[in-house]
Structure formats: structure tokens, C-alpha cells
Design a protein around this ligand. Sequence first.
Ligand SMILES: Nc1ncnc2c1ncn2[C@@H]1O[C@H](COP(=O)(O)OP(=O)(O)OP(=O)(O)O)[C@@H](O)[C@H]1O
Ligand SMILES: [Mg+2]
Length: 279
Amino acid sequence: MTSHHPASLDADHFTFDYRPLDELADGERYSTYWDVEPLMRGPRPVPDWLVTDRAAVDTELGVLKTGKEAEVFVLERAVRGGDGCLLAAKRYRGAEHRNFHRNASYTEGRRTRNSRDARAVARKTTFGRKVESAQWAWAEWESLKRCHEAGVPVPYPVQIDGTEILMELVTVDGEPAPRLAGLRPAPDLLEHWFDQLREAMAALAGRGLAHGDLSPYNILAAGERLVIIDLPQMVDIVANPKGADFLLRDCHNVCTWFGRRGLEVDEHALFAELMASSW
Ligand SMILES: Nc1ncnc2c1ncn2[C@@H]1O[C@H](COP(=O)(O)OP(=O)(O)OP(=O)(O)O)[C@@H](O)[C@H]1O
Ligand SMILES: [Mg+2]
């Protein structure tokens, strides 16, 4: 008799799926990593630190930030008594009353595949808002993957499930990394950080892209290294009619912060350099 193995079974990742539900406490769930489609999991190679065990438990450790469009939670994904890792869970608001402040100019050219969805978004029904949140989440997921692939320093994208994105939690000494906005680095570090940002922006521009909402609030300082976050509105510099305006604003926000901290920078020179590399 021949034994039959389903073709879809990935032997590398198959572990005994024993999930006794009564063991979960409040704020816990079993890891959702293998519940989502392969396309909704992050790029390979999967980093060593990421716990991918089927029996791992996700524990909510707290809210990192409540924003207008999303809430970011700190989550620990760990095997009981074993390996663990910290993740940032960015959850886009679903059926809420608020509207996204990001306006239509970001989404020009974005298609809604399903006309029922498109009508619901236009009518701003509860269902429509859920669709819209999922679209923003998906847009951020795609941007994270593109940036990661392009070598732009972003958190490693772990997975997406509807309106929730899980990504690497950027930390310093085990604590969530601070935003650039509140920091006053020494001149050497300031210059080092500016070089990193210019390189990251050039890598994006080289692919025809701009962050679209770059500011000291969307850049984290992981020690000497900067990490760019909050990417749902990434724009195509050429195809989007306002693409160049967004890029210029990004340059302005970045250069203003560095300028105020004493580094001589020229936003127009940076803009020109990035535009030139976007062709
Ligand atoms: N991967 C991460 N690692 C560490 N901290 C993070 C991470 N992602 C988000 N944060 C923290 O959560 C905050 C909000 O995240 P983000 O900017 O992506 O969401 P947002 O809802 O768009 O916020 P806002 O409306 O304030 O711009 C960030 O400023 C940062 O402090
Ligand atoms: Mg933000």
C-alpha cells in the first residue's frame, strides 16, 4: 500500500496542530501565521528571529499608539516555554465613524476590483468602510514588501490578515524604538542619519516611488540605524499626477527636521537629485 501525501503539505513547516482552546487566556490567540494564504505571509528568506511554529501563541502586550487611521499593538508571538519574538500589529480601523484624512489624490489610479465594493466605498456604508480599511492595509502591506525587496530599511513584513498587518517591532534595548521627532542627536549621528535617509529615498525614487507621508514621526531610530514606517500612501512619482508634489513635501519635511538640528541641507537639491533618479 502506498501512503498518500497531499501535494500542498509543506513538510518543513508541518508540526502537530494541537490547539487546546481552553488554555488561552484573555488577550491571547493561536498564531495566525499559517491561517493566511502564502501571498499574505512575508518574503523569504524568513528571518531567524521570527517564530513560525504552529503551536505558538500571540499575546497582546499593550497598545503602542492609537492613531487616526490605525492602532498599533505590541504582540508577543511565542511557543509556551520556548522561543518568542515581538511584533507590531497595525490594525486599520474598520467600521468606524472616522474617515481617512488621506485624500483621493493618493489613490488616483487605484482600482477596486469588485464593483459592489467600489459602490460601498463611495456610499461610505459600514461595509464600505471595512473595504476601505482593508484596501489601506493591503496598500501598506504591498509597500512594505516592495521596500523590503528594494533594500529600503522598513520593518520586516510578517503577514497580513484583512485589516491587520503584523511586522517586525523595531526596538532599542528591548523597547519600541523612538520616533525621530523627539530626538537631538550629536552632529556625527545627525549626518549619518541624513545619509541613510537620502539613500533610502534614492532607492525608492530609483523605482519611481516616494513615501508620500515621510516625516520625523514616520521614521524610527533604532540606535544608529533608521527605519521608515507608515507606508500605505506610497506614491508613484511619475504616474500619479501629484507624485512630484508628494516627493517635494517628503524632502521638505525631512530637510526641515535636519536643518533645525543644525545640519546644512537643501530640500530642493535633494528633490532634484531624487527626481533625476526616478526616470
Ligand atoms: N514596526 C514598528 N516598530 C516600532 N514601533 C512602531 C512600528 N510601527 C508603528 N510603530 C509606532 O506606532 C506609531 C504609529 O504607527 P504608524 O505611523 O504606522 O500609524 P498611523 O496610524 O498612521 O499613525 P499616525 O496617524 O500617527 O501617522 C509610530 O509612530 C511608532 O511610534
Ligand atoms: Mg504615522
